[in-house]
Ligand binder design. Structure first.
Ligand SMILES: [Zn+2]
Length: 245
C-alpha cells in the first residue's frame, strides 16, 4: 500500500501555525516595555507642569504669609517708635526718632510692593491651573486606561503564549524525529519562520514561484515529502479540485 504523507504534512502545518502564533505573541510581548515606557513618559509630560504649578502656588503662599508677618512686625516697630517719640527730651532725639520711623515706613512700603507682586503671581498660577488642570486630569486618566489595557493585553498574550508553546511541544512529539529536525532546520533559516508551504495551482505558497510540472504531478501522489526547488520549504498539496490530468 502506498504511503500517504498527508498526516505528516498536516501535523507539520499545525505545528507551523502554532509556532507562528508563538512568534507573533513573543514579538508583541517584546514591545510591552517600550509601550508602557512611552505611555509613562506621556503621563509625566501631562502631569508635570500641573504638579509644578501646584508646588509653586504653595511656595508663593508661604512666601506671602512670611511677608505678611514681617509687615505686621514692622508696623509694631513703627508704633513703638511713635510711642518713644512722644517721650523724647531733645530735638536731636526727636530728629533721630523721626528718621527711624521714616526708615521703617520705607521698609514697610517695600514689603507691601513685594506682597502685591506675590499676589499677582498667585493669581497667574490660579489662572494657569484653572485652564490646564481639568484637561491634564482628563488626559492622564486616558493614559492610565491605555496603560491598564496594555498590561491586560500582555497578561492575556503571556497566557496564550504558554498555551501555544505547550501545544507546539505536544505536536512536535507526534512527528518523526528526522522530519522534525528537517522542519526546524528550514524554519531557522527563514526570516519569516515559515518552513511548510501549501502548493496551490502549481505555485509554492512560501515563495510564490511555480513548481516544475513533473514535480507538481509527483506531489499529487503524496507518497514522498518534497521541498520547493526555489525556497527549499517543505511543500504539500491538498486541493483535490486542482488535480492534474
Ligand atoms: Zn517555494
Amino acid at each position: 500500500m502506498p504511503v500517504d504523507i498527508r498526516d505528516q504534512t498536516r501535523t507539520l502545518s499545525r505545528l507551523q501555525k502554532l509556532e507562528l502564533e508563538v512568534r507573533r505573541l513573543q514579538a508583541m510581548l517584546g514591545k510591552v516595555e517600550e509601550q508602557t515606557g512611552a505611555l509613562n513618559a506621556q503621563l509625566q509630560q501631562c502631569e508635570d507642569p500641573v504638579a509644578a504649578a501646584h508646588r509653586q502656588q504653595q511656595e508663593l503662599q508661604k512666601q506671602y504669609r512670611s511677608q505678611e508677618a514681617e509687615l505686621q512686625a514692622n508696623q509694631e516697630r513703627i508704633a513703638k517708635s511713635n510711642e518713644k517719640l512722644r517721650a523724647v527730651k531733645t530735638n536731636k532725639e526727636y530728629q533721630s526718632g523721626l528718621k527711624e520711623i521714616d526708615d521703617l515706613k520705607q521698609i514697610g512700603s517695600k514689603l507691601e510692593d513685594q506682597m502685591i507682586a506675590c499676589l499677582d503671581e498667585i493669581q497667574a498660577g490660579h489662572r494657569f491651573l484653572k485652564e490646564h488642570q481639568a484637561q491634564a486630569d482628563h488626559r492622564a486618566a486616558q493614559i492610565r486606561d491605555e496603560l491598564e489595557q496594555v498590561r491586560r493585553d500582555a497578561h492575556e498574550s503571556a497566557a496564550h503564549l504558554a498555551a501555544a508553546q505547550a501545544q507546539a511541544a505536544e505536536i512536535s512529539r507526534q512527528l518523526p524525529a528526522e522530519l522534525l529536525a528537517l522542519y526546524r532546520r528550514i524554519r531557522d533559516r527563514k526570516p519569516d519562520g515559515v518552513a511548510v508551504a501549501e502548493v496551490r495551482s502549481a505555485v509554492c505558497g512560501g515563495c510564490h514561484v511555480n513548481i516544475p510540472p513533473q514535480m507538481y504531478n509527483e506531489m499529487q501522489r503524496r507518497d514522498r515529502l518534497k521541498n520547493c526547488p526555489n525556497c527549499d520549504r517543505i511543500i504539500f498539496w491538498e486541493n483535490e479540485d486542482e488535480r492534474s490530468e
